[in-house]
Design a protein around this ligand. Structure first.
Ligand SMILES: Cc1cc2nc3c(=O)[nH]c(=O)nc-3n(C[C@H](O)[C@H](O)[C@H](O)COP(=O)(O)OP(=O)(O)OC[C@H]3O[C@@H](n4cnc5c(N)ncnc54)[C@H](O)[C@@H]3O)c2cc1C
Length: 395
Protein backbone atom coordinates (compact mmCIF):
# COMPACT_ATOMS: atom_id res chain seq x y z
CA UNK A 1 0.00 0.00 0.00
CA UNK A 2 2.82 2.39 0.89
CA UNK A 3 4.72 1.57 -2.31
CA UNK A 4 1.63 1.91 -4.53
CA UNK A 5 0.84 5.36 -3.15
CA UNK A 6 4.46 6.47 -3.28
CA UNK A 7 4.54 5.50 -6.97
CA UNK A 8 1.18 7.12 -7.73
CA UNK A 9 2.18 10.31 -5.93
CA UNK A 10 5.44 10.76 -7.79
CA UNK A 11 5.43 8.87 -11.09
CA UNK A 12 8.93 8.00 -12.19
CA UNK A 13 10.36 7.86 -8.67
CA UNK A 14 12.58 4.83 -8.01
CA UNK A 15 10.64 2.68 -5.53
CA UNK A 16 11.65 -0.81 -4.47
CA UNK A 17 9.86 -3.18 -2.11
CA UNK A 18 12.19 -5.61 -0.36
CA UNK A 19 10.35 -8.55 1.19
CA UNK A 20 12.01 -11.44 2.98
CA UNK A 21 9.22 -13.88 2.22
CA UNK A 22 9.49 -16.40 -0.59
CA UNK A 23 5.75 -15.95 -1.07
CA UNK A 24 4.30 -12.45 -0.95
CA UNK A 25 1.14 -11.48 0.92
CA UNK A 26 0.69 -14.64 2.99
CA UNK A 27 -1.49 -12.87 5.52
CA UNK A 28 -3.79 -11.54 2.84
CA UNK A 29 -4.22 -15.08 1.52
CA UNK A 30 -4.99 -16.66 4.90
CA UNK A 31 -7.16 -13.79 6.15
CA UNK A 32 -10.86 -14.30 6.61
CA UNK A 33 -10.60 -18.03 5.96
CA UNK A 34 -9.16 -17.42 2.48
CA UNK A 35 -11.74 -14.75 1.59
CA UNK A 36 -9.80 -11.78 3.08
CA UNK A 37 -11.86 -9.54 5.30
CA UNK A 38 -10.47 -6.37 3.72
CA UNK A 39 -12.13 -3.85 6.04
CA UNK A 40 -15.26 -3.14 8.07
CA UNK A 41 -18.26 -0.97 7.33
CA UNK A 42 -17.86 1.00 10.54
CA UNK A 43 -14.26 1.74 11.39
CA UNK A 44 -13.38 4.15 14.13
CA UNK A 45 -10.61 4.49 16.69
CA UNK A 46 -12.62 2.69 19.38
CA UNK A 47 -12.17 -0.62 17.57
CA UNK A 48 -8.44 -0.44 18.36
CA UNK A 49 -6.15 -0.76 21.35
CA UNK A 50 -2.56 0.28 21.94
CA UNK A 51 -1.87 3.95 21.27
CA UNK A 52 -4.38 6.67 22.19
CA UNK A 53 -7.71 6.85 20.31
CA UNK A 54 -6.94 10.43 19.21
CA UNK A 55 -3.63 9.35 17.63
CA UNK A 56 -5.22 6.37 15.88
CA UNK A 57 -8.10 8.51 14.57
CA UNK A 58 -5.66 10.99 13.03
CA UNK A 59 -4.29 8.29 10.75
CA UNK A 60 -7.54 6.40 10.08
CA UNK A 61 -9.34 9.48 8.79
CA UNK A 62 -6.67 10.08 6.13
CA UNK A 63 -7.79 6.96 4.25
CA UNK A 64 -11.25 5.86 5.32
CA UNK A 65 -13.44 2.88 4.49
CA UNK A 66 -15.08 4.63 1.52
CA UNK A 67 -11.62 5.31 0.08
CA UNK A 68 -10.61 1.69 0.66
CA UNK A 69 -13.72 0.51 -1.20
CA UNK A 70 -13.05 2.87 -4.12
CA UNK A 71 -9.38 1.92 -4.17
CA UNK A 72 -10.15 -1.79 -4.48
CA UNK A 73 -13.09 -1.30 -6.87
CA UNK A 74 -10.78 0.71 -9.17
CA UNK A 75 -8.39 -2.26 -9.09
CA UNK A 76 -11.23 -4.54 -10.23
CA UNK A 77 -11.99 -5.90 -6.74
CA UNK A 78 -15.38 -4.57 -5.60
CA UNK A 79 -16.19 -5.25 -1.95
CA UNK A 80 -19.46 -6.50 -0.48
CA UNK A 81 -20.83 -5.94 3.00
CA UNK A 82 -21.92 -8.93 5.07
CA UNK A 83 -24.54 -8.77 7.84
CA UNK A 84 -21.80 -8.47 10.47
CA UNK A 85 -20.51 -5.29 8.78
CA UNK A 86 -17.38 -7.07 7.51
CA UNK A 87 -16.37 -6.24 3.93
CA UNK A 88 -15.10 -8.98 1.62
CA UNK A 89 -14.26 -9.04 -2.08
CA UNK A 90 -17.32 -10.01 -4.12
CA UNK A 91 -15.10 -12.76 -5.57
CA UNK A 92 -14.87 -14.33 -2.05
CA UNK A 93 -11.23 -14.94 -2.93
CA UNK A 94 -8.23 -13.44 -1.13
CA UNK A 95 -6.17 -14.12 -4.26
CA UNK A 96 -8.03 -11.37 -6.11
CA UNK A 97 -7.04 -8.90 -3.36
CA UNK A 98 -3.37 -9.86 -3.45
CA UNK A 99 -3.21 -9.99 -7.25
CA UNK A 100 -4.80 -6.54 -7.46
CA UNK A 101 -2.23 -5.08 -5.05
CA UNK A 102 0.68 -6.65 -6.91
CA UNK A 103 -0.63 -5.43 -10.27
CA UNK A 104 -1.21 -1.94 -8.84
CA UNK A 105 2.38 -1.90 -7.52
CA UNK A 106 3.81 -2.74 -10.92
CA UNK A 107 1.57 -0.19 -12.63
CA UNK A 108 2.81 2.44 -10.16
CA UNK A 109 6.38 1.68 -11.23
CA UNK A 110 7.30 -0.24 -8.07
CA UNK A 111 9.97 -2.92 -8.30
CA UNK A 112 9.09 -5.92 -6.12
CA UNK A 113 12.18 -7.77 -4.94
CA UNK A 114 11.84 -11.00 -2.98
CA UNK A 115 12.99 -13.01 -1.17
CA UNK A 116 15.19 -10.17 0.11
CA UNK A 117 15.23 -10.19 3.86
CA UNK A 118 16.53 -6.94 5.34
CA UNK A 119 18.97 -7.53 8.18
CA UNK A 120 20.11 -3.94 8.77
CA UNK A 121 19.08 -0.39 7.94
CA UNK A 122 21.84 2.10 8.71
CA UNK A 123 21.62 5.90 8.59
CA UNK A 124 24.14 7.43 6.18
CA UNK A 125 24.94 11.00 5.21
CA UNK A 126 22.64 10.92 2.20
CA UNK A 127 19.92 8.65 3.59
CA UNK A 128 20.05 4.96 4.43
CA UNK A 129 21.93 1.80 3.54
CA UNK A 130 19.61 -1.21 3.54
CA UNK A 131 21.39 -4.57 3.65
CA UNK A 132 20.83 -8.30 3.82
CA UNK A 133 22.38 -11.57 2.62
CA UNK A 134 21.51 -10.47 -0.95
CA UNK A 135 23.71 -7.34 -0.82
CA UNK A 136 22.89 -3.72 -0.08
CA UNK A 137 20.91 -0.83 -1.47
CA UNK A 138 21.14 2.92 -0.81
CA UNK A 139 17.90 4.89 -0.40
CA UNK A 140 17.18 8.50 0.55
CA UNK A 141 13.97 7.46 2.35
CA UNK A 142 12.89 4.17 3.91
CA UNK A 143 9.41 2.93 4.88
CA UNK A 144 9.44 0.16 7.48
CA UNK A 145 6.32 -1.97 6.90
CA UNK A 146 7.55 -5.22 8.38
CA UNK A 147 4.41 -6.09 10.31
CA UNK A 148 4.59 -7.38 13.86
CA UNK A 149 5.25 -10.86 15.11
CA UNK A 150 2.02 -12.76 14.49
CA UNK A 151 2.27 -15.77 12.15
CA UNK A 152 6.09 -15.62 11.94
CA UNK A 153 6.25 -18.14 9.09
CA UNK A 154 4.62 -15.47 6.89
CA UNK A 155 7.86 -13.46 7.13
CA UNK A 156 6.77 -11.09 9.92
CA UNK A 157 8.95 -12.45 12.69
CA UNK A 158 9.57 -9.34 14.77
CA UNK A 159 12.85 -8.35 13.12
CA UNK A 160 11.22 -5.04 12.17
CA UNK A 161 11.34 -4.05 15.84
CA UNK A 162 15.12 -4.53 15.87
CA UNK A 163 15.46 -2.42 12.70
CA UNK A 164 13.38 0.39 14.25
CA UNK A 165 15.26 0.19 17.56
CA UNK A 166 18.61 0.44 15.77
CA UNK A 167 17.37 3.71 14.24
CA UNK A 168 16.46 5.21 17.63
CA UNK A 169 12.93 3.93 18.34
CA UNK A 170 11.71 2.38 21.56
CA UNK A 171 9.11 -0.36 21.97
CA UNK A 172 6.09 -0.52 24.26
CA UNK A 173 6.93 -2.29 27.55
CA UNK A 174 5.17 -5.43 26.28
CA UNK A 175 4.72 -7.00 22.89
CA UNK A 176 2.35 -9.95 23.03
CA UNK A 177 0.02 -12.03 20.84
CA UNK A 178 -3.50 -10.63 20.37
CA UNK A 179 -6.58 -12.10 18.67
CA UNK A 180 -5.21 -15.36 20.02
CA UNK A 181 -6.96 -18.53 21.30
CA UNK A 182 -6.70 -19.13 25.05
CA UNK A 183 -5.86 -22.38 26.80
CA UNK A 184 -7.49 -24.12 29.77
CA UNK A 185 -6.02 -26.84 31.99
CA UNK A 186 -6.18 -30.15 30.08
CA UNK A 187 -8.72 -31.69 32.44
CA UNK A 188 -11.14 -28.75 32.32
CA UNK A 189 -14.63 -29.95 31.38
CA UNK A 190 -14.89 -27.50 28.47
CA UNK A 191 -11.93 -29.19 26.70
CA UNK A 192 -14.10 -32.29 26.30
CA UNK A 193 -16.66 -30.24 24.34
CA UNK A 194 -14.38 -29.56 21.37
CA UNK A 195 -16.35 -28.27 18.37
CA UNK A 196 -19.24 -26.80 20.35
CA UNK A 197 -19.88 -23.13 19.68
CA UNK A 198 -22.38 -20.68 21.12
CA UNK A 199 -22.94 -16.96 21.62
CA UNK A 200 -21.65 -15.74 24.96
CA UNK A 201 -20.46 -12.63 26.69
CA UNK A 202 -16.98 -12.57 28.21
CA UNK A 203 -15.88 -10.15 30.91
CA UNK A 204 -12.42 -9.41 32.30
CA UNK A 205 -12.64 -8.57 35.99
CA UNK A 206 -10.02 -7.12 38.33
CA UNK A 207 -9.35 -8.75 41.69
CA UNK A 208 -11.75 -6.28 43.34
CA UNK A 209 -14.55 -7.21 40.92
CA UNK A 210 -14.32 -4.16 38.65
CA UNK A 211 -15.12 -4.92 34.99
CA UNK A 212 -12.09 -4.10 32.84
CA UNK A 213 -13.33 -5.23 29.41
CA UNK A 214 -16.21 -7.14 27.85
CA UNK A 215 -16.87 -8.78 24.46
CA UNK A 216 -19.89 -10.57 23.00
CA UNK A 217 -19.97 -13.12 20.22
CA UNK A 218 -19.30 -16.74 19.43
CA UNK A 219 -17.12 -18.89 21.70
CA UNK A 220 -15.74 -22.14 20.33
CA UNK A 221 -14.67 -24.96 22.67
CA UNK A 222 -11.53 -26.74 21.49
CA UNK A 223 -9.40 -29.60 22.78
CA UNK A 224 -6.91 -27.06 24.20
CA UNK A 225 -9.41 -24.54 25.54
CA UNK A 226 -11.21 -21.65 23.86
CA UNK A 227 -11.33 -19.96 20.50
CA UNK A 228 -13.93 -18.15 18.36
CA UNK A 229 -14.39 -14.43 17.71
CA UNK A 230 -15.43 -13.43 21.26
CA UNK A 231 -12.41 -15.22 22.75
CA UNK A 232 -10.01 -13.73 20.19
CA UNK A 233 -11.40 -10.25 20.81
CA UNK A 234 -11.14 -10.49 24.61
CA UNK A 235 -7.68 -12.14 24.54
CA UNK A 236 -5.61 -8.93 24.33
CA UNK A 237 -7.62 -7.28 27.12
CA UNK A 238 -7.34 -10.32 29.36
CA UNK A 239 -3.61 -10.78 28.71
CA UNK A 240 -2.85 -7.05 29.10
CA UNK A 241 -4.83 -6.91 32.36
CA UNK A 242 -2.99 -9.97 33.66
CA UNK A 243 0.38 -8.45 32.78
CA UNK A 244 -0.58 -5.23 34.54
CA UNK A 245 -2.52 -6.56 37.53
CA UNK A 246 -1.33 -10.14 37.99
CA UNK A 247 -2.96 -13.56 38.09
CA UNK A 248 -5.88 -12.30 40.21
CA UNK A 249 -7.50 -10.94 37.05
CA UNK A 250 -10.41 -13.19 36.04
CA UNK A 251 -12.13 -14.05 32.79
CA UNK A 252 -15.83 -14.83 33.26
CA UNK A 253 -18.26 -16.29 30.74
CA UNK A 254 -21.98 -15.73 30.59
CA UNK A 255 -23.51 -18.54 28.52
CA UNK A 256 -26.93 -16.84 28.44
CA UNK A 257 -26.06 -13.26 27.48
CA UNK A 258 -29.57 -12.48 26.28
CA UNK A 259 -31.01 -12.99 29.79
CA UNK A 260 -30.59 -11.08 33.05
CA UNK A 261 -29.14 -13.11 35.96
CA UNK A 262 -32.45 -12.74 37.86
CA UNK A 263 -34.35 -14.06 34.83
CA UNK A 264 -32.17 -17.18 34.75
CA UNK A 265 -32.71 -17.76 38.46
CA UNK A 266 -36.46 -17.25 38.07
CA UNK A 267 -36.53 -19.61 35.07
CA UNK A 268 -34.82 -22.36 37.07
CA UNK A 269 -36.95 -21.68 40.14
CA UNK A 270 -40.13 -22.05 38.10
CA UNK A 271 -39.26 -25.40 36.50
CA UNK A 272 -41.78 -27.44 38.51
CA UNK A 273 -41.62 -30.99 37.15
CA UNK A 274 -39.54 -29.84 34.16
CA UNK A 275 -35.81 -30.58 34.25
CA UNK A 276 -32.91 -28.14 34.04
CA UNK A 277 -31.71 -29.99 30.92
CA UNK A 278 -34.99 -29.43 29.09
CA UNK A 279 -34.98 -25.74 29.99
CA UNK A 280 -31.36 -25.34 28.98
CA UNK A 281 -31.69 -27.29 25.72
CA UNK A 282 -33.88 -24.48 24.37
CA UNK A 283 -31.01 -22.10 24.98
CA UNK A 284 -27.72 -24.01 24.69
CA UNK A 285 -26.26 -26.99 22.80
CA UNK A 286 -27.29 -30.22 24.53
CA UNK A 287 -23.76 -31.38 25.44
CA UNK A 288 -22.84 -28.01 26.86
CA UNK A 289 -26.07 -27.87 28.90
CA UNK A 290 -25.34 -31.32 30.40
CA UNK A 291 -21.70 -30.47 31.11
CA UNK A 292 -22.59 -27.19 32.85
CA UNK A 293 -25.15 -28.97 35.05
CA UNK A 294 -22.68 -31.69 35.95
CA UNK A 295 -19.89 -29.20 36.67
CA UNK A 296 -22.29 -27.29 38.94
CA UNK A 297 -23.11 -30.53 40.78
CA UNK A 298 -26.69 -30.62 39.48
CA UNK A 299 -28.38 -33.71 38.00
CA UNK A 300 -29.58 -32.40 34.62
CA UNK A 301 -32.53 -34.83 34.62
CA UNK A 302 -33.80 -34.06 38.10
CA UNK A 303 -37.21 -32.36 38.26
CA UNK A 304 -36.72 -28.68 39.01
CA UNK A 305 -38.87 -28.63 42.17
CA UNK A 306 -36.39 -31.03 43.79
CA UNK A 307 -33.46 -28.67 43.21
CA UNK A 308 -32.22 -27.17 46.45
CA UNK A 309 -31.80 -23.42 46.55
CA UNK A 310 -28.02 -23.87 46.84
CA UNK A 311 -27.94 -26.11 43.73
CA UNK A 312 -30.05 -23.65 41.78
CA UNK A 313 -27.77 -20.81 42.80
CA UNK A 314 -24.70 -22.85 41.82
CA UNK A 315 -26.15 -23.66 38.40
CA UNK A 316 -27.18 -20.06 37.88
CA UNK A 317 -23.62 -18.97 38.65
CA UNK A 318 -22.15 -21.54 36.22
CA UNK A 319 -24.53 -20.30 33.56
CA UNK A 320 -24.06 -16.57 33.96
CA UNK A 321 -20.62 -15.91 35.47
CA UNK A 322 -18.39 -18.94 35.24
CA UNK A 323 -14.71 -18.14 35.90
CA UNK A 324 -12.48 -19.60 33.20
CA UNK A 325 -9.11 -20.69 34.65
CA UNK A 326 -7.07 -19.57 31.64
CA UNK A 327 -3.67 -21.27 31.69
CA UNK A 328 -2.10 -19.41 28.73
CA UNK A 329 -2.46 -18.49 25.07
CA UNK A 330 -1.61 -20.37 21.86
CA UNK A 331 1.35 -18.21 20.86
CA UNK A 332 2.52 -16.26 17.84
CA UNK A 333 1.70 -18.95 15.28
CA UNK A 334 -1.96 -18.91 16.30
CA UNK A 335 -2.27 -15.15 16.85
CA UNK A 336 -3.83 -12.89 14.19
CA UNK A 337 -2.15 -9.70 15.34
CA UNK A 338 0.47 -8.19 17.64
CA UNK A 339 -0.34 -6.04 20.67
CA UNK A 340 2.31 -3.40 21.33
CA UNK A 341 5.07 -2.14 19.05
CA UNK A 342 6.44 1.28 18.13
CA UNK A 343 4.53 3.97 20.08
CA UNK A 344 2.67 6.39 17.79
CA UNK A 345 4.05 9.21 19.95
CA UNK A 346 7.40 8.59 18.21
CA UNK A 347 5.89 9.40 14.78
CA UNK A 348 4.64 12.55 13.10
CA UNK A 349 1.16 11.24 12.36
CA UNK A 350 0.54 13.65 9.48
CA UNK A 351 3.26 11.82 7.55
CA UNK A 352 4.11 8.66 9.59
CA UNK A 353 7.68 9.96 9.58
CA UNK A 354 9.82 9.01 12.53
CA UNK A 355 10.49 11.77 15.04
CA UNK A 356 13.66 9.88 15.97
CA UNK A 357 15.18 9.46 12.54
CA UNK A 358 14.46 11.85 9.65
CA UNK A 359 13.68 10.11 6.37
CA UNK A 360 12.36 6.96 8.08
CA UNK A 361 8.63 6.18 7.90
CA UNK A 362 6.74 3.44 9.74
CA UNK A 363 3.31 1.92 9.17
CA UNK A 364 1.08 -1.10 9.70
CA UNK A 365 1.20 -3.67 12.48
CA UNK A 366 4.74 -2.62 13.42
CA UNK A 367 3.11 0.32 15.20
CA UNK A 368 1.46 0.04 18.60
CA UNK A 369 -2.06 -0.39 17.19
CA UNK A 370 -4.13 -3.59 17.17
CA UNK A 371 -7.75 -3.87 16.14
CA UNK A 372 -10.70 -6.11 16.88
CA UNK A 373 -11.59 -8.96 14.61
CA UNK A 374 -13.55 -7.85 11.53
CA UNK A 375 -11.23 -6.12 9.04
CA UNK A 376 -9.92 -3.40 11.37
CA UNK A 377 -6.30 -4.51 11.24
CA UNK A 378 -6.17 -4.34 7.45
CA UNK A 379 -7.88 -0.93 7.52
CA UNK A 380 -5.10 0.31 9.81
CA UNK A 381 -2.53 -1.13 7.39
CA UNK A 382 -4.21 0.51 4.36
CA UNK A 383 -4.55 3.91 6.08
CA UNK A 384 -1.12 4.09 7.69
CA UNK A 385 0.52 2.63 4.55
CA UNK A 386 -1.18 5.27 2.41
CA UNK A 387 0.04 8.11 4.65
CA UNK A 388 3.59 6.72 4.81
CA UNK A 389 3.72 6.16 1.03
CA UNK A 390 2.52 9.58 -0.12
CA UNK A 391 4.73 11.28 2.47
CA UNK A 392 7.95 9.30 2.00
CA UNK A 393 8.14 10.05 -1.71
CA UNK A 394 7.63 13.76 -1.10
CA UNK A 395 10.44 13.63 1.45
C1 LIG B 1 -4.36 -15.92 10.26
C2 LIG B 1 -4.58 -14.43 10.15
C3 LIG B 1 -5.80 -13.96 9.68
C4 LIG B 1 -6.02 -12.57 9.60
N1 LIG B 1 -7.22 -12.14 9.12
C5 LIG B 1 -7.46 -10.81 9.03
C6 LIG B 1 -8.64 -10.32 8.44
O1 LIG B 1 -9.47 -11.09 7.91
N2 LIG B 1 -8.86 -8.97 8.45
C7 LIG B 1 -7.94 -8.09 8.98
O2 LIG B 1 -8.19 -6.88 8.97
N3 LIG B 1 -6.78 -8.52 9.48
C8 LIG B 1 -6.51 -9.85 9.51
N4 LIG B 1 -5.31 -10.29 10.02
C9 LIG B 1 -4.33 -9.29 10.46
C10 LIG B 1 -3.64 -8.64 9.24
O3 LIG B 1 -3.24 -9.69 8.36
C11 LIG B 1 -2.41 -7.83 9.65
O4 LIG B 1 -2.72 -6.93 10.67
C12 LIG B 1 -1.85 -7.08 8.45
O5 LIG B 1 -1.45 -8.00 7.45
C13 LIG B 1 -0.64 -6.23 8.84
O6 LIG B 1 -0.12 -5.66 7.69
P1 LIG B 1 1.42 -5.21 7.62
O7 LIG B 1 1.65 -4.84 6.20
O8 LIG B 1 1.70 -4.23 8.68
O9 LIG B 1 2.26 -6.51 7.98
P2 LIG B 1 2.33 -7.94 7.28
O10 LIG B 1 1.06 -8.23 6.54
O11 LIG B 1 2.74 -8.86 8.35
O12 LIG B 1 3.46 -7.78 6.18
C14 LIG B 1 4.79 -7.53 6.55
C15 LIG B 1 5.70 -7.95 5.42
O13 LIG B 1 7.04 -7.56 5.77
C16 LIG B 1 7.90 -8.63 5.45
N5 LIG B 1 9.06 -8.55 6.36
C17 LIG B 1 9.08 -8.62 7.70
N6 LIG B 1 10.33 -8.50 8.18
C18 LIG B 1 11.13 -8.33 7.10
C19 LIG B 1 12.54 -8.15 6.93
N7 LIG B 1 13.37 -8.09 7.97
N8 LIG B 1 13.02 -8.03 5.67
C20 LIG B 1 12.19 -8.07 4.59
N9 LIG B 1 10.86 -8.25 4.69
C21 LIG B 1 10.34 -8.38 5.94
C22 LIG B 1 7.10 -9.89 5.63
O14 LIG B 1 7.63 -10.95 4.85
C23 LIG B 1 5.71 -9.45 5.18
O15 LIG B 1 5.51 -9.69 3.81
C24 LIG B 1 -5.03 -11.66 10.05
C25 LIG B 1 -3.80 -12.15 10.49
C26 LIG B 1 -3.57 -13.52 10.54
C27 LIG B 1 -2.23 -14.01 11.04
Amino acid sequence: MAAIWAGRTQPGAAIAVLDGAARLGTKILVAGGGRCNVTHDEVNEHAYSGSTPAAIRKVLRRFDVAQTMTFFADLGVPLKREASGKLFPTSDSAHTVLDALLTASRRAGVVLLHPRRVETVVRTQSGFMVAGPWGQMAAPHVVLATGGQALPKSGSDGHGYRLAQALGHTLTPRIFPALVPLTLPRNHFLCALSGISCDVSLTVKAAGGKSLAACQGALLCTHFGLSGPAVLDISRHFLASQYEQGAEVKLLVNWLPAMEGAEVDAGLAGLGTGTPLRWLRDRLPDRLARALCQAAGVDPAQPGHRLSRASRRALCQYLTSLPLPISGQRGWSAAEVTAGGIPLSELDLATMQSRRCAGLYLCGELCDVDGRIGGYNFQWAWASGYVAGVSAVRG
